[in-house]
Design a protein around this ligand. Structure first.
Ligand code: ZN
Length: 52
């Protein structure tokens, strides 16, 4: 389950596997599912990551 954090009033979801942050829980969970089964990151997913 993706962690949620709030920074500057914005809520982000964190992939627990790779630590990337996403604007939506859906993206974080997709990343997490990918990371877990492939043991690597999917660039099509991580390109949606947000910096904070
Ligand atoms: Zn990930």
């Amino acid at each position: 389950m993706a962690n949620e954090i709030t920074r500057k009033g914005k809520t982000c979801s964190i992939c627990q596997e790779c630590g990337f942050a996403y604007e939506t829980k859906e993206l974080a969970e997709r990343c997490e599912a990918w990371c877990r089964s492939h043991n690597s990151c999917n660039i099509d997913i991580t390109k949606n990551a947000v910096k904070f």
